[in-house]
Design a binder for this molecule. Structure first.
Ligand SMILES: *[C@@H]1O[C@H](CO)[C@@H](O)[C@H](O)[C@H]1NC(C)=O
Ligand SMILES: *[C@@H]1O[C@H](CO)[C@@H](O)[C@H](O)[C@H]1NC(C)=O
Ligand SMILES: *[C@@H]1O[C@H](CO)[C@@H](O)[C@H](O)[C@H]1NC(C)=O
Ligand SMILES: *[C@@H]1O[C@H](CO)[C@@H](O)[C@H](O)[C@H]1NC(C)=O
Length: 958
């Protein structure tokens, strides 16, 4: 042993002294170093003449000859170009340059690397075509050039890479047809061509690829019938054909031929014919999607044999025969205990809804049977499906009552039963309270266009997440309960066409409302003036009611496109456009009460009123009947569902003035944000252009964005749509289009001194505003950690990711991106996080892997920053002194010393116990920032604490 050491030491000396063996490698690597630049400046610094070549970072040498055999430069944030001298590394076996920003073309000298087995250049900016020389590397086992800008066709010379097992050319600009010679690569196991512009039939010669395990063809323009060659791939586990123009029908013995499949994605093509019953032979099938095709016939009962089935998507086809028997498959599916998603909406399914639906998997979280011809009643035990989050039965022929067990669906977020024929009490019945309005997770509830009776419950715990409540066009009656005013998240309230009467109670709390429809009811009393102060209000319909008195003229009441008051009411005043009579008694100086005015108004018109009363009532009734008829006629037509609302690059370019710097509103870890005016929508939005240079491939980007759009919370910045397109140079371009938040980011408000003057907020945030924003942020975290189908971590929470709307309500942004990357490409996501990009947000990221506990940590830091006005990266901190320890030391005596000065000056009443509040808040912050994730507060606890503090504040500030 000692001898050997001695020997290798002297070998090293020799080689240092004369440098003969590795000279070509050293020269080549230094040449590479000189041609690429590196954001970090620290990786390539080890590449210098003073250290032995084999110790350079990313370099591995052969044991005997000390020549370079591996080069691992993946994810090093390199840019620039690769020089031809790379071809001199003639002992190279594995070359990884993935996930960098390398441009130019693939150097043709790579073809000299005849020993090469693995070549990975994925996720760069490489253009041009795949060079012919590459096909000299005949020992290649793995070739990954995905996620670049490669053009041209798939070269037929690929066949000379005889040993190739893995071929990934996805996410490029490749055109033309697949060459038949690909069939000669009989060792291939994993092949990916998705997201290119490839077209034509899949060649029959591919039938020789019998080792194939994964074949990904999605998002191209491939056409023709289901490729016969694929039926030969008996080892295939994953087949993705999504988003092409394949047509024709599937072989009846499909399942016998491809028995190993686990994931089968065939959506968005033009397949027709029946679903083969032999799919039941594919015992490991986990996902089957053939949505958006033209499939006909019945849904096979044999799906019930697939014990591992998790996702079944058959929506938007022509399945079923409008008759009983169409839903028998539901009974069979009760054997599939792993089922998570079942989508059969928009087909021709008829017959009664079977009670067996209640035996479906208790893991089921998304069930959509909407827009079919389903009759019968909702089974009593629907509440057995305890994991349901999305339940959609809209646009069917369902009758009978809402079963009270719906109240057991404690995770329900989205319930849409609109346009059926349901009757019975909507919220109560004789035996049971129907607890639908007590499901705290509800965000959207739509029971409109049915024949439900009863009234809205008067005593409910406020639904804190409820965003949309529609009970329009039913037979509900009674008075509007005041508790509704406590559903503070409510944005859309549709109460039109019911039989509500009496005054509108005090619902001032619905400050965030956007659309309020009270039309076609019997509401009386005066119109509440506070609606004028609802700053987000876009639509307020008060038409056809019994309102009396003066129409307010302040705030939103100034705008005739927002407020509608048609119909026969006893109203006067308002703005000119409403064309109402002037009020006879002119408005008196401010303190005259409106009821006074009403009384005078009434006494003048009282005779007239009595005379027309009877006529009026009958008129209203006939309107209601007409309205109900109208709505039931429109049952089957409304609500187009679009696969992808495509927005093009060109459209966004125009909308942002060519992405001009004058529209630039920020840039974050994942991309650059522009303000844009969308002319067709007549809307100003924020466009986040994703920074693709450092990211891996993105499969089915648009599908994922659709899923993101389903995740809603009042305090998440709303994702409106997305763009997956190519720019003028043909480069991949992906952008997310968000609601614009006019008040910028929390970061700007906390650190105004760092903001350019034109963007600088005109004042600072008060204590109460800070408490509110903190509560907004933690409610989002609770929602994504606790109430989403699977807990989702945000991973990059910090003040610049908290945006403020007109009312300074906090909205968390960038949440979607973490999830997108997480779902699409976990590996690249984690790489991305660990690279300087995101982790650069030093101070906010908890030690360890990103997780929901990490989010709590970041929230803690955010809270401490919000109330001290100091970033965790402030110059004060370093070494052992952190923001946390700085605060810990000051508590409790010196709390006012460390608080943000602008809070001290924010006009609280004399004697207000500010120090107590700050201590309470800092304690919550510190408990969120505990070193060990186990000791941190749970998200829900943190939220509760903050809400308690805020409630106390309400009492104390008086
Ligand atoms: C490669 O494939 C083509 C087309 O399938 C065929 O004509 C050719 O003979 C094959 N070459 C070899 C070496 O097998
Ligand atoms: C469901 O499982 C039971 C017991 O394993 C079996 O007898 C039955 O045939 C299965 N049903 C279907 C439709 O596969
Ligand atoms: C009136 O409201 C509409 C819709 O919200 C809005 O587009 C318009 O700018 C408003 N007009 C005025 C004068 O505020
Ligand atoms: C319920 O579905 C209808 C279409 O059938 C749609 O118009 C409505 O917006 C949906 N309700 C909610 C709350 O999303």
């Amino acid at each position: 042993m000692r001898l050997f050491l001695l020997f290798s030491f002297s070998a090293l000396l020799l080689h240092e002294a004369y440098g003969f063996t590795d000279e070509p490698d050293r020269k080549a690597l230094l040449d590479i170093k000189s041609q690429v630049s590196e954001e970090n400046q620290d990786v390539l610094s080890s590449w210098n003449n003073s250290s032995p070549l084999c110790n350079w970072k990313g370099v591995t040498c052969g044991l005997k000859h000390k020549r370079v055999t591996r080069l691992d430069l993946g994810g090093w944030q390199l840019s620039g170009m690769i020089p031809p001298s790379i071809g001199n590394l003639s002992f190279l076996i594995s070359l990884d340059l993935s996930e960098n920003s390398i441009g130019g073309t693939i150097p043709y000298k790579v073809g000299n690397l005849f020993r090469l087995k693995y070549l990975n250049m994925s996720s760069n900016f490489l253009g041009g075509e795949i060079p012919d020389n590459l096909f000299n590397c005949s020992r290649l086992l793995g070739l990954d050039l995905s996620d670049n800008h490669l053009g041209g066709g798939v070269p037929s010379e690929l066949e000379s890479l005889e040993k190739l097992e893995i071929l990934n050319l996805g996410v490029n600009n490749l055109r033309g047809k697949l060459p038949a010679s690909l069939g000669n690569l009989t060792s291939l196991m994993r092949v990916r061509f998705s997201h290119n512009n490839l077209e034509g039939n899949i060649p029959d010669d591919l039938a020789k690829l019998t080792q194939l395990v994964r074949l990904v063809l999605g998002s191209n323009k491939f056409s023709g019938g289901f490729p016969l060659s694929i039926y030969n791939f008996s080892s295939l586990e994953y087949l993705n054909m999504f988003g092409n123009v394949f047509s024709g029908s599937l072989k009846p013995d499909f399942g016998n031929l491809l028995p190993k499949l686990q994931l089968l994605h065939m959506g968005a093509n033009s397949f027709t014919g029946p679903i083969p019953t032999t799919l039941s032979k594919i015992s490991n099938l986990q996902e089957f999607g053939i949505e958006y095709n033209k499939m006909i016939g019945s849904i096979p009962l044999s799906f019930g044999k697939l014990k591992n089935l998790q996702k079944l998507r058959l929506n938007n086809n022509s399945l079923g025969s409008y008759s009983s028997g169409d839903l028998d498959f539901l009974q069979a599916l009760s054997n599939c205990t792993q089922l998570l998603t079942l989508l059969v909406n928009r087909n021709k399914l008829g017959g009664d809804l079977p009670t067996s639906i209640t035996n479906l998997s208790t893991n089921l979280w998304k069930l959509d049977l909407g827009t079919n011809f389903i009759s019968g009643t909702i089974p009593y035990d629907i509440g057995n499906l305890v994991s349901l989050q999305n339940l959609v039965l809209r646009e069917n022929l369902l009758t009978g009552p809402l079963p009270s067990s719906i109240g057991k669906l404690s995770r329900l977020v989205f319930l849409n039963l609109t346009s059926n024929r349901m009757s019975g009490e909507a919220f109560f019945n004789r035996q049971h309270h129907l607890e639908i309005m007590q499901i705290q997770s509800l965000v959207e509830l739509d029971l409109s266009n049915n024949s439900l009776t009863g009234s809205l419950p008067e005593y409910i715990k406020p639904l804190e997440r409820l965003c949309t409540l529609s009970v329009a066009h039913n037979k509900l009656y009674g008075q509007l309960p005041q508790v509704l005013g406590n559903c503070l998240s409510l944005e859309n309230l549709y109460l039109q066409g019911i039989f509500f009467y009496g005054d509108i109670p005090n619902i001032k709390g619905l400050m965030g409302a956007k659309r309020l429809d009270f039309s076609n009811n019997d509401f009386s009393g005066s119109i509440p003036g506070y609606f004028g102060n609802f700053s987000l209000l876009e639509y307020l319909n008060l038409s056809i009611n019994n309102f009396v008195g003066e129409v307010p003229t302040e705030g939103k009441f100034r705008n005739a496109t927002v407020v509608l008051v048609f119909g026969y009411q006893y109203l006067c005043g308002g703005i000119k456009e409403l064309k109402l009579n002037q009020c006879i008694v002119q408005a008196q100086p401010s303190h005259s009460s409106s009821s006074n005015k009403v009384a005078i108004e009434l006494s003048i018109g009282i005779a007239l009123l009595l005379m027309v009363l009877m006529a009026y009532i009958s008129l209203c009734w006939s309107r209601k009947i007409k309205n109900n008829q109208l709505s039931s006629n429109s049952t089957s037509s409304s609500a187009r569902e679009v696969v992808h609302e495509k927005i093009s690059y060109a459209y966004l370019r125009n909308a942002t003035d060519g992405f001009s710097s004058s529209n630039l509103i920020g840039s974050g870890s994942f991309g650059t944000v522009f303000k844009a005016f969308l002319p067709t929508e007549n809307k100003v939005v924020a466009v986040k252009v994703l920074n693709l240079q450092r990211r891996g491939a993105m499969k089915s980007f648009m599908t994922e964005c659709e899923a993101l759009k389903d995740i809603r919370h009042r305090n998440l910045v709303k994702l409106l749509t997305a763009c997956s397109s190519t720019d003028l140079q043909g480069n991949y371009f992906r952008a997310l289009i968000y609601e614009l938040m006019p008040n910028g980011s929390l970061d700007m408000w906390l650190h105004p001194e760092e903001v350019e003057e034109i963007h600088r907020p005109s004042r600072t945030l008060t204590l109460f505003e800070r408490l509110n924003i903190a509560t907004d942020v933690i409610s989002v975290l609770e929602y994504i950690h606790v109430y989403c189908h699977e807990p989702i971590a945000h991973c990059d929470l910090k003040p610049s990711n908290v945006l403020l709307d007109k009312d300074l309500t906090g909205h968390v942004s960038d949440f979607g991106i973490a999830r997108l990357l997480m779902k699409l490409d976990q590996e690249s996501f984690f790489n991305h996080l660990s690279s300087a990009g995101v982790r650069g947000t030093i101070g906010y990221a908890a030690p360890g892997q990103p997780s929901i506990y990490g989010d709590v940590y970041s929230f803690g830091v955010l809270l401490l920053e919000m109330f001290t006005g100091k970033r965790p990266t402030n110059d004060l901190f370093g070494g052992n002194v952190t923001l946390n320890s700085y605060i810990k030391l000051a508590l409790p005596e010196r709390v006012l010393d460390i608080a943000d000065n602008s809070i001290l000056n924010s006009g609280l009443r004399a004697g207000f116990p500010l120090d107590e509040y700050l201590i309470m808040v800092f304690k919550v912050g510190l408990r969120c920032c505990e070193e060990s994730p186990k000791n941190r507060l749970a998200t829900s606890e943190a939220r509760k604490e903050l809400i308690l503090i805020r409630e106390r504040f309400f009492i104390d500030r008086r």
